[in-house]
Design a protein around this ligand. Structure first.
Ligand code: AMP
Length: 221
């Protein structure tokens, strides 16, 4: 079973992807985290990715394809992947389609976590990430147990550089322009499930499981 999880920033994609990964033994491929790792490298590609991320601009499809070529080679041996933060443009979606079909695989389900813009902005303003391990928390929806420190590794939590009001607004515009067509594409294929991301974390998770069962992708026992 291969899944794409898609939604605006702070819709809870990463949280749900992690829960699904644990529940169904999936491989979690989180593009934002992969790119942030590369951006720490002192290489021309690392530096250019860092600049784009900090400005809230999408990394070019060409670079994403290079990164994915590296990962998808490994993915071709895996059966159960959850793609998080990818594809974000139609061209990336086409690339993923052709790669999977060449390897006799496909996307079985696309989970779209829908969130009104006003709430997206509120949530982004209260998002905190771990400087060291990248774990994500939210003062409103998913606070850490010790205020200001990571539950996973104990490091300090910070505001991401691309979560300034200017970068947030740019990222949301890009979601509308570039990612909404991807959502329409999967909707037309009949593999999209839309879920209200305003629900609580557990409610969203139960809803996802309900849709997976409904489509016969996991056993209903
Ligand atoms: P995220 O953590 O998913 O919000 O991603 C952070 C940033 O990484 C985005 O604002 C983009 O600059 C970049 N990024 C992540 N995924 C992609 C993608 N599939 N295509 C292009 N840029 C991406």
């Amino acid at each position: 079973m291969n899944i794409v999880i898609i939604g605006p920033q702070a819709s809870g994609k990463g949280t749900q992807a992690e829960k699904l990964t644990k529940a169904y033994n999936l491989v979690h491929l989180e593009m934002g985290r992969v790119l942030r790792m590369i951006s720490k490298e002192d290489t021309p590609i690392g530096k250019s990715i860092k600049e784009l991320i900090n400005k809230g601009i999408l990394v070019s499809d060409e670079v994403i394809k290079q990164v994915m070529n590296k990962y998808l080679k490994r993915v071709s041996e895996m059966n159960s992947v959850i793609f998080d933060g990818f594809p974000r443009t139609l061209s990336q979606a086409m690339y993923l389609e052709s790669f999977l079909s060449e390897n006799g695989k496909k996307i079985d389900l696309v989970i779209y976590l829908a969130l009104p813009q006003k709430i997206t902005v509120e949530r982004l303003n209260s998002r905190r990430v771990c400087e060291k391990c990248g774990a994500v928390f939210n003062l409103l929806t998913k606070p850490s147990r010790t205020k200001g420190f990571c539950d996973e590794c104990g490091e300090k939590l910070i505001v991401r550089e691309d979560e300034t009001p200017q970068a947030i607004s740019k990222r949301l515009k890009l979601f509308e322009k570039e990612t909404q067509p991807v959502i329409k594409f999967y909707e037309k294929k009949g593999i999209l499930e839309r879920i209200d991301a305003r629900l609580k974390i557990e409610e969203i998770f139960n809803e996802i499981i309900f849709r997976l069962k409904k489509r016969g992708l996991v056993s209903s026992e």
